[in-house]
Design a protein around this ligand. Sequence first.
Ligand code: GUN
Length: 286
Amino acid sequence: MAILINGKEVSAEVKAGVAAEAAKLKEEKGLKVGLAVVIVGNNPASRVYVNSKKKACEEVGFQSFEYALDENTTQEQLLDLVDVLNRDSRVNGILVQLPLPKHIDENAIINAICVDKDVDAFHPKNVGRIMIGDYAFLPCTPAGVMELIAHTGVEVSGKNCVVIGRSNIVGKPMAMLLLHKSGTVTICHSKTQNIADITRNADILVVAVGKPNFVTGDMIKEGAVVIDVGMNRLENGKLCGDVEFASAEKKAGYITPVPGGVGPMTIAMLMKNTLTAAKQQSRVKK
Ligand code: GUN
């Protein structure tokens, strides 16, 4: 039976560290860390995420500035807002919740965010810095996964690491972070053949495909670390991951639950990035 990796507990530790540093920044420099969160339209999942991000800001003592824009907001209007936030000294980090409505070019918006305030690490310059291992911000979900793996005590170096999913937000940067820790990394995706043959070889398996119960116990190596990034809403309203938990926990050595695994870590790492941004900006201003 696998040991459960408790994302709530690990994220609470990360947030406590951030809160302590934020309090110190306020005391020593009179600086209150600020995060701007922008949401466009009425995507219910995005609303839940944005509310969680605002709540986390309160927990760690940050100011949050919410901009909830109408579904019909134009790209120009959104670019104007980003421009205002780039120049607002109260705002240390800018997060534009994705996905955006179809008439808005997401890349155009991401490219417009000031690199030093890009706490999602989605800007091409930050992506490039991750590639060469010289980064200020790590992308929140992959960074959270790395924290969870570290928490198990399992070393990444020399291990077979398999990432299922190749998105810009999770799969690709995830592979890069595992590679930086000297894992032997394989990325699987929708065109990969005989995926189970690959996953059965994984000492560390990270699943980010967005398909409920995609990975079953028979696809998992005995004792593997299994990290489930999926967050799928079933017809009955229940949340479920990309891993079939009941069969997977019988094979894995360590496994994350959904909810309560990766989700809380993404938000904790966002807080950490926002603190880093504030510290860097205060140094620049001195
Ligand atoms: N949509 C889903 N995940 C994320 C994330 O980490 N950041 C942003 N901005 N949007 C998302």
